[in-house]
Design a protein around this ligand. Structure first.
Ligand code: GAL
Length: 814
């Protein structure tokens, strides 16, 4: 039995970095956790019977399996941000999932290699929420904020021999969030074993004070902890380039009474990091006592400069650019909050194809996996921390913890992510009501100063919605970067009243739409609600406080001092089903450019046509299957980066039109608003600036649902038990045309080297479980997710539905 546990633990070992001496071991505590919801007296004790508890793998979100229920966290509130003055019942505000209450996790674990003179640290990437951590029955520490990373030295509680018991109690309060936060150990838990002379968690800080094409000066500050006898420590650091070649080495001595040392390096002809060239270097630091190697610590980094200047805006490596960004929540749709690298990588891939180069981690600290991927794949990151400070937005939100925890939370965030080149600014808050309070600007200054103290190299922003108060109270003037949410029409005024000389759209658009759904007659609407709880995909609908994309585009294009935008949101997320906050069963957002399944809505092509000029975009909307609309006006739009196009309905020209400045929309979209529907085919031919026909898109009226088509987004997975393939299933007619209003129930059967993981269709009103291998298609489509096993082989995924021909696809696992 004991032998089994040890070998399991060894299998969990992930970082015994190749070539690195075994002086530091890092284990991911993933498998064989026991979990039970509710409170369980004595569950922190070593001797406790958890045999009946569920066995789970961490990262784990205990609430995503549902079931959905409008009574879960039913909130009676006025959503002030939406201009509401009277409290009303909000059923889906936090997703309608059962995340409220306590839950316990227990793990029996060994610590290979532990003996006197070793140190053991537990590092949590995030635990939702109010974590209290016990080791062998003793409290090791607690951390309330569910989004932050934290660590405890547990050396004194560890048994040298045999098993140890880790127990974690979590509790989520009702009315503690404005969206679905997830529940449980939803991010990774690490066990780190070192010698007694070691670099502590996040113990290095790397900066590049001088950068030019010829040279980069690199400065590395390393903290050295010594728990044993204090001796002289020699610290040898090598810098490695992207190819792994050593390009600089520095050796220094740390005197017995010093706790940190700064080392300086020069790199000739550095390759600069940018979203287009995400080149990473690495510092490998070794601590020696005499001849004995005590620790080895790696710090990946990038070389790049960032500047924010009046009259120039944001400069990356000396080049001005505007953020083409999105705000994203942390949940991964059908996977819930449980972090998964493959799911994040897919999101970034989709965003980059759109031309997006920036993400705001609204409204809290990101998972380390996301930050690492942004470094590696090239995305600029605004690392955000809080949705509220002292003044509450929700009854049990962060304001409960603010006084005691805000500095600790900020320090952890900054220490965690101050070496990441993708991180180009800190955000200390979103729409904090303190914008309007007497003390607000002092709090802002204090929090900004904490960020500057811990990291003088990055500026600080806040997403501000109360523009009048923020300016009048001096709040906006304090910030390094004034960020405004939904105020494009007031940028000139804010610019003239503020000292910084530039500003940013921290949150923009908030256009609402449901993939594949179109409403008639076409008109601009604010807060428009329909009986079916859906929104129109003509991208003309927004909230009372928000806009459609083009309203922001004009300001981004016309005002030099605006340094970019972060669209609300890249992906739909769980909770906040505006404009149906009070109309169950809506329980996920309509704001996304991608739906909850990660399928692009029409709006994706509008952003792509503007943000990714290097790639042709040609997209026609709506679909053309409208039985019963014969003879009725059914406008046709084309989202393209070409300047003009001609529309044909069943071969007859509806006219050639060009983008023009007659309205904000006609600058960015080609719109034929008077087209009358008749079944058949609509076709758009686009012309370049020289009048040459260069692009084509068409859509046909579909016949009856006939068969299923599957498209896997990857051909090959890694046999790590975590890798994912996303398979899009479409219901099509006999000729392969998408049936745009199909709602057939599909069933999935996954065999071989992987298993069914989850499914989503992007319908914000669907109460079907994400975890059962069946779901109805929405607007003809859904996406199911298949997870690789730990053995090589091949996965076969089959989708079936009564009355339709099946489909299958195969994916390799290597
Ligand atoms: C903003 C807020 C976001 C989200 C959004 C919806 O005011 O900062 O968190 O609620 O509205 O449009």
């Amino acid at each position: 039995m004991k032998k089994n546990k040890w070998s399991l633990l060894l299998a969990m070992m992930i970082v015994s970095v190749q070539g690195m001496a075994q002086v530091r071991q890092e284990y991911l505590l993933e498998k064989d956790w026991k979990f039970a919801k509710g409170d369980h007296p004595q569950a922190e004790q070593t001797v406790f019977d958890d045999a009946q508890w569920q066995t789970v793998t961490v990262p784990h979100d205990w609430a995503i399996t549902g079931p959905f229920d409008g009574n879960n966290d039913l909130q009676k509130v006025a959503i002030v941000q939406n201009g509401e003055t009277e409290a009303g019942m909000k059923a889906g505000r936090t997703g309608g999932l059962p995340f409220i209450g306590a839950g316990w996790y227990r793990l029996s674990f060994g610590v290979p290699g532990f003996r006197p003179g070793k140190r053991v640290v537990l590092l949590f990437d995030g635990a939702m929420s109010n974590a209290v951590v016990y080791v062998n029955g003793k409290k090791a520490g607690n951390w309330p904020y569910g989004y932050n990373s934290f660590s405890f030295d547990i050396t004194d509680y560890i048994h040298a021999e045999g098993k140890n018991t880790l127990a974690v109690r979590l509790e989520n309060f009702a009315q503690s969030s404005r969206w679905y936060p997830g529940a449980g150990l939803y991010r990774n838990v690490h066990l780190i074993v070192t010698n007694d002379t070691y670099v502590p968690v996040w113990g290095t800080y790397i900066t590049t004070p001088v950068v030019s094409a010829d040279k980069a000066a690199v400065q590395l500050r390393t903290a050295v902890n010594r728990k044993g006898t204090k001796q002289l420590v020699e610290i040898r650091t090598r810098l490695l380039n992207a190819a792994g070649k050593v390009i600089a080495t520095v050796v220094d001595q740390v005197s017995p009474d010093s706790t940190a040392i700064t080392q300086r390096f020069t790199i000739e002809h550095p390759v600069l990091w940018s979203p287009e060239t995400p080149v990473l270097y690495k510092a490998v630091t070794q601590l020696y006592e005499g001849k004995q190697l005590k620790d080895e610590y790696e710090t990946p980094f990038g070389i790049r400069t960032i500047e924010y200047k009046a009259g120039k805006g944001f400069l990356l490596n000396g080049q001005a650019r505007k953020f083409k960004g999105v705000c994203n929540h942390h949940d991964l749709g059908p996977l819930g909050a449980a972090i998964n690298t493959a799911a994040l990588r897919r999101q970034i891939r989709l965003l980059k194809d759109m031309g997006c180069d920036a993400i705001r981690t609204s409204h809290n600290m990101p998972a380390p996996e996301l930050v690492k991927l942004c470094d590696e794949m090239g995305i600029l990151l605004m690392v955000e921390s809080f949705d509220e400070w002292k003044a509450p937005k929700v009854k049990n939100g962060y304001s409960r913890y603010f006084d005691e925890w805000v500095e600790k939370d900020l320090v952890n965030m900054v220490h965690h992510y101050r070496n990441n080149p993708s991180n180009i600014m800190w955000s200390i808050g979103n729409e904090v009501p303190d914008q309007s309070t007497k003390d607000g600007k002092d709090i802002a200054r204090r929090l900004q100063d904490i960020c500057h103290r811990e990291d003088p190299t990055r500026p600080v922003t806040v997403g501000m919605d109360r523009i009048d108060d923020a300016i009048k109270m001096g709040f906006a003037a304090v910030l390094d970067i004034p960020g405004f949410n939904y105020k494009p029409h007031r940028y000139p005024e804010a610019h003239s009243k503020l000292p910084q000389g530039f500003l940013m759209g921290t949150e923009t658009a908030s256009t609402v739409s449901s993939r594949g759904v179109y409403k008639f007659p076409l008109a601009f609407y604010k807060n428009k609600a329909y009986d079916d709880n859906q929104c129109s995909s003509y991208d003309f609908e927004a909230c009372s406080w928000s806009q459609v994309p083009d309203d922001e585009f004009v300001q981004q294009d016309d005002l030099d001092y605006v340094i970019g935008e972060f669209v609300w949101t890249g992906f739909d997320y769980l909770g906040e089903p505006t404009p149906y906050d009070a109309k169950w069963p809506s329980h996920s957002s309509y704001f996304g450019i991608f739906d909850l399944a990660g399928l692009p809505k029409d709006r994706f092509y509008l952003y792509r046509s503007k943000w990714n000029p290097g790639q042709p975009t040609m997209h026609i909307l709506p679909h053309w299957t409208w039985p019963g609309r014969e003879g009725e006006v059914t406008p046709v739009f084309c989202y393209t980066n070409y300047p003009s196009a001609e529309l044909f309905v069943n071969g007859k020209s509806m006219g050639r039109i060009s983008k023009d400045s007659s309205s904000r929309q006609s600058r960015y979209r080609l719109m034929w608003k008077d087209v009358v529907y008749q079944p058949g085919v609509i076709k758009v031919v686009a012309y370049d600036v020289n009048g040459k026909a260069v692009g084509l898109d068409s859509v046909k009226t579909a016949g009856k649902p006939h068969h299923i088509v599957l498209e896997a987004d990857r051909k090959q997975l890694t046999a790590d038990g975590k890798d994912l393939v996303y398979i899009t299933a479409s219901v099509v007619d006999k000729d392969g045309n998408l049936c745009p209003s199909a709602d057939n129930l599909l069933r999935f059967n996954v065999t071989g080297a992987g298993s069914f993981k989850a499914v989503a269709n992007g319908d914000a009103t669907s109460l079907e479980s994400f975890q059962l291998p069946q779901m109805k298609v929405f607007s003809g489509k859904l996406v199911f997710i298949v997870r690789a096993g730990e053995k090589k082989g091949s996965i076969k995924a089959v989708a079936q539905s009564g009355g339709l021909q099946d489909a299958s696809c195969t994916v390799k696992v290597q």
